[in-house]
Design a protein. Structure first.
Length: 177
């Protein structure tokens, strides 16, 4: 779901959710005189009634490459010249990672709420099972029957994975340049 929030505005509106701010961090790693913010450009191909694209492209600004001031038509004609200033996957990965970090507090609040409701339901079921066992003349087990394990560890592992993958993409792209 977050991936759609990252890519859709870039493909259709040449807009970045963070106004290209990740370029301030990523671009100096791309080339010596590169700086942010990033310029997002999407090259569209029009064939009859069909419109296709390979997705957004991200370009770092320099004092001389005019990326910040070029029109879309100029960008389209000079893409081959601007290749040294282009970043491929790192900007999308950085935006995704930032959105994940911004949503962690909301996810934590939601997880706590869901966990409390589940614990109440488990306690109600435990009580109901104990009542049934007593009415059937059976011994009621001393410990919880439903195994009250917490999902905090699994949640932390999912969070780590959702942050490590985009971080690895960023590091790999910048290392290979």
């Amino acid at each position: 779901m977050l991936l759609l929030a990252v890519t859709m505005p870039r493909c259709f509106f040449d807009a970045d959710p963070f106004l290209g701010a990740h370029g301030y961090v990523l671009c100096p790693e791309r080339c010596d005189d590169c700086r942010g913010p990033l310029r997002v450009y999407t090259e569209w191909h029009h064939n009859g009634g069909e419109h296709t694209t390979n997705g957004p492209q991200y370009f770092c600004r320099t004092p001389t490459n005019r990326v910040a001031t070029m029109s879309d038509q100029e960008m389209d004609g000079r893409l081959h010249e601007l290749e040294p200033y282009e970043l491929d996957w790192a900007p999308a990965a950085a935006t995704y990672m930032t959105l994940v970090l911004l949503l962690v507090p909301l996810a934590a609040i939601r997880a706590i709420s869901v966990n409390r409701r589940a614990e109440r339901q488990a306690a109600d079921l435990e009580e109901e099972m104990a009542t049934i066992a007593r009415s059937a003349g059976l011994a009621v087990p001393a410990g919880p029957l439903l195994g009250g394990r917490s999902g905090v560890g699994m949640g932390l592992m999912a969070l780590a994975g959702s942050l490590l993958l985009p971080l690895a993409i960023i590091a790999l792209e910048l290392a290979l340049r």
